[in-house]
Design a protein around this ligand. Structure first.
Ligand code: GLN
Length: 248
């Protein structure tokens, strides 16, 4: 299954955050440690989204090739600095297309989104959920994948006024009820807060004095990493991390 990482803190280069650490996403793309039976490598593409400045909307770079094969990204990543980043590497769920638009992060307005997992019984199990956003949102989905649908529903609920944390938590528990056995580790940021869920896949947090990292797998062996228990919502900012149990 895919791996993802979000960072908030002092400006840092994308290379430092995503490539250079011993077990950063680059290494997780070919040697992940905690796939829990969901695939072996994450070679179906990758994406990085970052906030270039306080008032600017996020910028995104995505490719449908393994992260380790993109020399252009490796060169660019050393020159791009940001204090808010969300990136993902992809192991496509069987039956889902392998192309750039299916790679996270998905983006809308100030938001960057990623999904690590799969919806059981796709697409029938969530057909009712797909009827919720305006039909034009569904007709213009970036990709016919479970992750793109989750983002469309989430976006619709946030746009309709649901607080983002409640929208994320509600979506996970509803999909889990409609499609039992689904894996729903979601990651969402607006550059100020990182919201994440654990639902069957792993997630770890590294909180510093003025920074926070939320990642599928720790990027090094720093003992300060803590694992988030399953079925939890994470609310992380540069100044602290809170957890909330996801009720069913
Ligand atoms: N199901 C999603 C996709 O195919 C996410 C895949 C994953 O987490 N491995 O893109």
């Amino acid at each position: 299954m895919c791996r993802h990482t979000a960072y908030l803190g002092p400006p840092c280069s994308l290379a430092d955050l995503l490539l250079n650490r011993p077990h950063a996403l680059l290494r997780q793309s070919w040697a992940p440690c905690d796939m829990r039976g969901g695939g072996t490598v994450n070679a179906d593409g990758f994406g990085a989204g970052w906030f270039p400045g306080t008032d600017a909307d996020p910028v995104r770079y995505r490719r449908a090739i393994p992260l380790w094969t993109d020399g252009n990204f490796a060169a660019l990543a050393g020159t791009i600095t940001s204090g808010a980043v969300l990136a993902a590497i992809r192991s496509a769920t069987v039956g889902m297309p392998i192309n750039e638009t299916a790679c996270a992060p998905f983006t809308w307005d100030r938001w960057l989104f990623s999904h690590n997992g799969r919806i059981t019984g796709w697409p029938d199990s969530v057909a009712k959920l797909a009827a919720e956003p305006p039909i034009t949102d569904i007709l213009t989905l970036e990709a016919p994948t479970d992750s793109a649908l989750l983002f469309a529903v989430l976006r619709h609920r946030i746009r309709s006024g649901t607080p983002p944390a409640d929208a994320l938590a509600g979506l996970v528990t509803e999909v889990a009820a409609a499609a039992p056995g689904s894996r729903l580790n979601l990651l969402l940021t607006d550059g100020e807060t990182v919201l994440a869920t654990t639902w069957t896949h792993g997630l770890s947090v590294l909180a510093g004095d003025d920074s926070v990292v939320v990642a599928s797998e720790p990027w090094d062996d720093d003992p300060a990493w803590t694992e988030v228990p399953d079925r939890h919502l994470v609310l992380a900012t540069r100044s602290g991390v809170r957890l909330r149990h996801l009720d069913t």
